[in-house]
Each structure stands twice: as structure tokens, then as C-alpha cells.
Design a protein around this ligand. Structure first.
Ligand code: FAD
Length: 458
């Protein structure tokens, strides 16, 4: 019964836990944290367990308890005057969307795991997704947080003050904190006007450079573009092969594809379809592409999106691969995608590198697949760490980040430690030591081990 919660979504990490605690309200979380502090028992906060970096998987030695927030799923308040919703940590993203929709509003963050990912997990990973281009990550969408801190105090930060200059921003510390600084019990989230009309297009392109130029044409012409996702031919082919019911929106395969969504939020706004046709016509005239399909129905728009949202699943079905959720400056990304893939293939013969995702945010998921027929266990043990180190070195050399949206968890902790930079690591360590001196919140994630080694810090 406990099995699904002690392994991560990708099946890369297995932990052990004597029990899962599932409190129903903040007072119960507070009581658990106080008792765990007295007994010196570590807690691993967990929401939907969709972490891509083993962030919610307990340590393998069975020393920690899982603290699942799944039963805290109340929408406490939804204010149309303020355009805010106060949702408890266990509210699933799909349910949050439904609650906002029912009130004629929208929570503008979505991702492939929306049927399981929870508010607490989204806050604690500073989740991104497919609408960051227009609305930003959770850092921009969280207006307030309630959390239980490692010392057992409840941090009451739900009031959504537009201006608050009482020093450090503790909400922002908890956002992306990966459960190492506090257990989020509820969050105040921004709502935006509901979509009145949308248009989704699929464009076949020959290079990421052209894709970025097309994005710039859109940005010059309209503010309606919410998503601009790039998909290479090989990833599309994997979806068509492994995900039943999918089909190529275009009559032939192209080296690169972009999925574009434009949305209107007012009935008097220019129709997104008109916008799409107008801007695509401009892009076509500029010679940026020669093949595109505009969805003619909601069902077709959903089919286009299904391809994008099935990419991780299809990559998983293909077999062993290392995934790298990386970012570089947007203008550098097209070159990076092509050159890094070529360098990887040359350096590790038989591997296939493929990058897809949020081109408009300078963030792609850079997957390196093992050679066909490779023994998974052997490849993961021997080759994958070398591949990952190589990719990360390329990213750092380009001034980028080894984690754009999934966080560090246990998967990237050593790499973070290796690549620093030192000032970032020492601040991370100092904050963790100050807030969680007994190291009880999500041990083994994000923060380097030497955080608790006084000698190393003296
Ligand atoms: C198919 C798929 C697609 C995805 N696409 C995206 C994407 O596009 N963008 C993106 O950003 N992510 C994506 N993810 C990753 C994942 O969905 C997000 O990181 C999500 O925010 C995790 O939410 P969760 O509730 O499942 O958290 P969990 O996996 O349970 O936990 C994630 C981290 O948050 C901590 N945590 C969870 N709840 C709390 C809490 N209440 N208080 C304190 N800490 C807590 C955990 O300890 C852990 O460190 C995807 C995952 C999958 C499986």
C-alpha cells in the first residue's frame, strides 16, 4: 500500500518509510512537526509525488516519515474582487483549475502532471509549465503562504499584500524550497480572467533559430501568445509510436515543430484565430516556415496539446535516458540545442540527444537516450553520470542553470555541489542551518551535506 509513495515518478529512486502521516489540517501538521522535533525524526513532505528529481522520495534507510499533504484539499476562499484563491496544500492542480473556472477565472499555470501535482508541490518546486511565457512561474503567481516551520511555528503569510517591506521575503524563500525549510499548508494564488477564445497551431520548421525568430514576430504583433513550445522530429516520432491515438498534425515530418497557443480573455479582443492567421502569414512571408496547421476545433487543439504533454511519457517508453531540465539565455538557446546535441552524439557514440519544451523561456528538457540495446542498469550506473556531467558543463559554460523548473531534489544535489557557484552554495547552506538546525525537513535533498559539517564551514 505504501509502495507508490516511496518511489519517484520516473522509477529512478526507491526509499523506505515506516509510515505515511496524512494530516487533515494545519493544526495537525503543527503537532506532527513538534513531535517529530522532540523525537528527532525527519519528515519528507509529499504532495502528488510527481517530482522529476526524486524530491519527495524518502531516504533509503527508512529513517524518515512521509508527511503527505494529500488530505488537505480545501479551497478555503476564492475572491473575485481580489482575483485570488486560497487553496490548501493538497489541492490537485486540475481541481484548482476547475474551481477557478467555476468562478469565471483562471489559474494560469499548467503542466503535464496536473492530474496529480498539488499546490504544496507546485509552490515548493517553483513549478513552471507551459504558460510561463505570459504569466511567469509560481514565484509570480503565489501571493501568500501558510507553512509550518522546522521549529514548529506556523508562518501565517496568506494575506496577499501588494506592498510589504518588512525585510526578507519569506514567501519567496519557501517557494522553490523543496520542503527543506517549511511544510506548506496553504497558499494564496493569483487568478486571471478566464479565456474567452483560443487558437492553437502546429508549425513545421527547419531550425530552432527560425522558431525563435517566429516567436519574436508574434511578440511584436500581439500579447495573446501564452505558449510557444518546441518539439524536435525524433521526440514527435516517439509520441506517435508510443502514445495511442496521436497523429502528426502535418502531412509530413519536419526537423522541428512549434506548438503555439494564443488566447483572448475578453469578447471584444481580436479573435485569436485572426491573430494566429495574421502572424503566421507574416512568418510565412519572411520565409520562416512552409508548413503549418491551425486547429479547427477544440478537439483538434487538445490533440495538438496531447502530443506536447505526452513527450515525457513517450521518452520514458523508449527506454533508458538521462533528462536534463536546463536553461540558458533565450537568445543562446537555439544554438545550444543544436550544438550540444551534436557534441553529445560525438562524445558518447550511439546516444541520441533531443531537446524539447519551453523555447520562449530559454528552458528545454534535454534528454540523452541510451544506445539501443544498452543494458539499463549498466548504462545508468556507468554512462549516465558522465553524460549528465558533460551536459551540465556545457550549460554552465553557457552561463545557464542545471535546473530550470524541476528543482534539485536528490538527483542534482551532487551536481549543484560540483558546479556551485560558491556564493550560492554558502547562502543556501547558511539559510538551511539557521532554519532547520536538526536537519529534519527533507534530508538529502537540495542542500549539500557539508551544510551540517562545522569543520567544513569553519
Ligand atoms: C508528466 C510530468 C510533467 C511535468 N511537467 C512539468 C513542467 O512542465 N513544469 C514543472 O515545473 N514541473 C513539471 N513536472 C514536475 C512536477 O509535476 C512538479 O515539480 C510539481 O510541482 C510537483 O508537485 P507534487 O505535488 O507532485 O510534488 P511532489 O513530487 O510530491 O514534491 C515535490 C517537492 O516538493 C516538496 N513538497 C511537496 N509538497 C510540499 C508541501 N506541502 N510543503 C513543502 N514541501 C512540499 C517535496 O518534498 C519535494 O521536494 C512534471 C512532472 C511530470 C510527472
Amino acid at each position: 500500500m505504501i509502495a507508490p509513495w516511496i518511489r519517484d515518478w520516473r522509477g529512478r529512486y526507491w526509499g523506505a518509510a515506516p509510515a505515511i502521516l496524512a494530516p487533515e489540517n494545519t493544526a495537525e501538521v503543527e503537532a506532527i512537526v513538534i513531535r517529530a522535533g522532540e523525537l528527532g525524526v525527519p519528515l519528507v513532505p509529499q504532495g502528488g509525488n510527481t517530482s522529476m528529481v526524486g524530491g519527495a522520495t524518502p531516504p533509503a534507510d527508512g529513517s524518515a516519515l512521509i508527511l503527505s499533504l494529500r488530505r488537505m484539499k480545501r479551497i478555503r476562499e476564492l475572491s473575485l474582487e481580489d482575483n485570488k484563491v486560497v487553496a490548501e496544500a493538497g489541492v490537485i492542480l486540475d481541481d484548482l483549475h476547475a474551481a477557478a473556472d467555476a468562478a469565471g477565472r483562471r489559474f494560469p499555470l499548467s503542466l503535464g502532471a496536473r492530474g496529480s501535482a498539488t499546490v504544496g508541490g507546485l509552490v515548493s518546486t517553483n513549478a513552471g509549465g507551459t504558460q510561463v511565457l505570459r504569466f511567469g512561474t509560481m514565484r509570480r503567481l503565489v501571493a501568500g503562504i501558510e507553512a509550518v516551520l522546522p521549529n514548529g511555528q506556523v508562518y501565517h503569510g496568506l494575506s496577499a499584500l501588494k506592498k510589504d517591506n518588512r525585510g526578507y521575503d519569506f514567501n519567496q524563500l519557501l517557494i522553490g524550497g523543496e520542503g527543506t525549510l517549511g511544510v506548506v499548508t496553504a497558499a494564496t494564488l493569483e487568478l486571471v480572467p478566464a479565456v474567452t477564445d483560443r487558437c492553437v497551431a502546429w508549425v513545421g520548421m527547419s531550425s530552432p533559430e527560425e522558431a525563435l525568430r517566429l516567436l519574436r514576430v508574434f511578440e511584436a504583433e500581439t500579447t495573446q501568445v501564452e505558449s510557444f513550445e518546441i518539439v524536435p522530429e525524433d521526440s514527435l516520432s516517439l509520441v506517435l509510436k508510443h502514445i495511442p491515438g496521436t497523429r502528426n498534425p502535418l502531412s509530413r515530418l519536419h526537423p522541428w515543430n512549434v506548438l503555439i497557443e494564443a488566447c483572448a480573455t475578453s469578447p471584444i479582443a481580436e479573435s485569436p484565430r485572426t491573430v494566429m492567421e495574421r502572424v503566421l502569414a507574416a512568418g510565412f512571408d519572411d520565409g520562416l516556415f512552409d508548413d503549418a496547421a491551425i486547429a479547427t476545433s477544440e478537439a483538434q487543439a487538445n490533440d495538438f496539446w496531447r502530443i506536447r504533454e505526452s513527450l515525457s511519457e513517450a521518452e520514458k517508453a523508449r527506454g533508458p535516458a538521462t533528462q536534463h531540465d536546463i536553461s540558458v539565455a533565450i537568445n543562446l538557446m537555439p544554438k545550444f540545442m543544436v550544438e550540444a546535441a551534436a557534441e553529445l552524439a560525438a562524445r558518447f557514440p550511439g546516444t541520441e540527444a533531443s531537446a524539447f519544451g519551453h523555447l520562449g523561456d530559454g528552458n528545454v528538457h534535454f534528454h540523452v537516450r541510451a544506445p539501443v540495446g544498452a543494458d539499463p542498469a549498466k548504462w545508468y550506473a556507468e554512462q549516465a553520470p558522465l553524460v549528465t556531467a558533460y551536459v551540465h558543463d556545457l550549460v554552465v559554460a553557457s552561463g545557464g542553470s542545471i535546473s530550470a523548473e524541476h528543482g534539485i531534489g536528490q538527483m542534482k544535489r551532487e551536481e549543484l555541489e560540483r558546479l556551485g557557484p560558491p556564493a550560492r552554495l554558502s547562502m543556501l547552506s547558511a539559510i538551511k542551518r539557521a532554519m532547520d538546525p536538526a536537519q529534519l525537513f527533507n534530508p538529502g535533498k537540495l542542500v549539500p551535506d557539508w551544510t551540517y559539517n562545522d569543520q567544513a564551514n569553519s
